[in-house]
Design a protein around this ligand. Structure first.
Ligand code: S3P
Length: 184
C-alpha cells in the first residue's frame, strides 16, 4: 500500500456537506487542480444530473459515477470531490479505500437541511419532506463514509477557511506519520 500522503485526496460526504466549496478552496491552497465527479459526469452526459436521473434513472447514473471514479485512480496533482452517493456501491468503496486518501466532511442532517432547504438541483431531495430524506441518507451512508475515510472532519458551522486549515493540518500529520523527519 503506497503512503497515504502520495494518494489523491478525495472529499466524501452527504450533499450539502461542503465538498465542492471546501474542495475548491483546498485545491487552491495546495496548488492542485480541482476535479468534481458530478461536473465531470455532467460534461460527459451533456445535461444536468437532475435531468439525467429523470430520463435514465438513478442506476444509469451510478454506473457512470463508478467509471468516473475508476478513471481517477492514479491521478496526480489534483484534489477530487465526489457526489454524495459515491460510497453506495461496495466496489466504489473498495476503490476509494485503496487508491485515494478520503476525507469525510461530516455534518448533521439538521445542518445539511439548513444549507439545502432551497435546493432544486439534487434529485434525491426533491421530495415532500427533504429533512426526512436527509436523515435517511445520513443513517444509511454515515457508516459507509466512515468505512472509507482516513480523516473525518466535523463541519458544524466553521467558515470554509477554518475547515481548509483543519484539513491541511490533518494532511500534514499524515506526512509526519509516514516520514517522521519531515519539517513541521
Ligand atoms: C447524490 C449527490 C449529488 C449527485 C447526485 C446524487 C447522492 O452530489 O451526485 O445528485 O446520491 O447523494 P452532491 O453530494 O455533490 O450533492
Amino acid at each position: 500500500m503506497p503512503p497515504l500522503s502520495s494518494l489523491p485526496v478525495v472529499l466524501v460526504g452527504l450533499p450539502g456537506a461542503g465538498k465542492t466549496t471546501v474542495g475548491r478552496n483546498l485545491a487552491k491552497s495546495r496548488n492542485l487542480r480541482f476535479l468534481d465527479t458530478d461536473q465531470l459526469i455532467e460534461s460527459q452526459i451533456g445535461c444536468t444530473i437532475r435531468e439525467f436521473f429523470e430520463t435514465h434513472g438513478e442506476s444509469a447514473f451510478r454506473e457512470i459515477e463508478s467509471s468516473t471514479i475508476s478513471d481517477l485512480i492514479g491521478s496526480t496533482d489534483c484534489l477530487i470531490s465526489t457526489g454524495g452517493g459515491a460510497v453506495i456501491s461496495s466496489e466504489n468503496r473498495q476503490k476509494l479505500q485503496q487508491h485515494f486518501n478520503c476525507i469525510y466532511l461530516r455534518a448533521t442532517p439538521e445542518d445539511l437541511y439548513r444549507r439545502l432547504r432551497h435546493d432544486k438541483k439534487r434529485p434525491l431531495l426533491q421530495v415532500a419532506d427533504p429533512l426526512q430524506a436527509i436523515r435517511h441518507l445520513f443513517a444509511v451512508r454515515d457508516p459507509l463514509y466512515l468505512e472509507v475515510a482516513k480523516v473525518v472532519v466535523d463541519t458544524g458551522r466553521p467558515s470554509v477557511g477554518a475547515l481548509v486549515a483543519v484539513i491541511e493540518r490533518e494532511l500534514q500529520l499524515q506526512i509526519q506519520d509516514t516520514c517522521p523527519d519531515a519539517v513541521r
